[in-house]
Design a binder for this molecule. Structure first.
Ligand SMILES: Nc1ncnc2c1ncn2[C@@H]1O[C@H](COP(=O)(O)OP(=O)(O)O)[C@@H](O)[C@H]1O
Ligand SMILES: [Mg+2]
Length: 311
């Protein structure tokens, strides 16, 4: 079996870059998405470091970066790009949109119309886009970090579940504790720490790390455990819709990444338990819509009901 050295090293170095800039936060969950090769949905209030978080990732891998501010007048062509007629050459040329950045921050995604959202989410799923019969691949690692505001629903288009399902994990950064917030103020007095973090690996090395993560062993009892947890959400009294098979895939891959981050070549039940909420909570629909606590409660119940595999 191949090693997981690159994944382990990248995770450690990326974690320390996060810790230098965003104080008092644990970034294990998003590390599993980055190493697992999945997109991140960040549901959080303004000012808690979402933009900074996405920039740290881009800097850490020397990747191209764009921020897409989603608004009601955002068109699919603002995301994907447009064919422009070149008068001199007498032909059309494709001007690539922000979706071709290696790291894309899609800010306030629920303010975009369903049409723009689905253009974005199609690219996220397919890792390519076809314009006028010509197919263009996205640029690896092609990681999308989408943000949405948990309290703002007016004038927005909440993502339908089929689209929420495209995100590997959901991330809640949340407020820093008072001590970290004091440290933040002091640390940023003269300059922003983001300006001094270094690149830790190339996009190619990240691809190598992602391949290593896929080689992490998942026993059949752990695989069955994942499926049992996900199935449980489908019959939960708190939910009107449980998690999909794509949810199982995300939990499986994130658990592999968590094992690799800890320099372990096989998944243990702890990995699955630690990630169940992050991998599943955004793709289930609570009976009281938008009640995220109820979604988490259903997942907690799955964890406390389903027997933990012992071998
Ligand atoms: N936990 C934290 N540690 C250090 N700085 C933080 C933290 N949370 C927020 N900040 C700072 O707050 C400011 C706003 O962050 P930003 O990423 O623009 O927020 P958002 O995109 O979530 O609105 C930045 O200067 C960021 O460094
Ligand atoms: Mg922001």
């Amino acid at each position: 079996m191949s090693g997981i050295d690159t994944a382990f090293r990248i995770a450690n170095n990326l974690r320390s870059n996060f810790a230098k800039v965003l104080l008092g936060k644990d970034f294990t969950v998003p590390l599993t998405a980055i190493l697992g090769g999945g997109h991140i949905l960040c549901t959080d209030v303004p000012g808690v470091g979402k933009t900074v978080f996405s920039k740290i990732i881009a800097r850490s891998f020397g990747c191209t970066y764009s921020r897409l501010q989603c608004t009601a007048d955002l068109l699919p062509s603002d995301i994907i790009g447009v064919n422009i007629y070149d008068q001199k050459r007498g032909e059309f040329e494709f001007k690539r949109g922000p979706i071709f950045s290696q790291i894309l921050l899609a800010d306030e995604i629920s303010r975009a119309t369903p049409k723009a959202q689905s253009a974005l989410l199609e690219c996220m799923e397919e890792h390519q886009v076809t314009v006028n019969g010509q197919t263009y691949p996205m640029n690896a690692p092609f990681l999308v970090i989408a943000t949405q505001n948990p309290i703002e629903h007016e004038g927005t288009f909440p993502l339908p579940e089929a689209q929420l399902d495209r995100f590997m994990i959901s991330l809640d950064i949340g407020y820093p504790d008072p001590q970290s917030e004091c440290n933040m103020l002091t640390q940023q007095r003269l300059e922003h720490p983001l300006d001094s973090i270094a690149q830790i690996a190339s996009a190619e090395e990240l691809a190598q790390a992602q391949a290593e993560v896929r080689s992490v062993t998942v026993s059949s009892s752990i695989t069955e455990y994942i499926v049992a947890l996900v199935s449980f959400t489908r019959t939960s009294a708190h939910l009107s819709l449980g998690a999909s098979p794509r949810g199982s895939q995300s939990l499986y891959r994130a658990a592999q990444a968590l094992a690799a981050i800890q320099n372990r070549k096989y998944v243990i039940p702890d990995d699955v338990q630690m990630l169940a909420a992050a991998a599943l909570q955004h793709r289930v629909i609570p009976k009281r819509r938008f009640d995220r606590a109820l979604a988490r409660q259903a997942i907690e119940e799955a964890l406390s009901t389903i027997p933990v595999p012992t071998a």
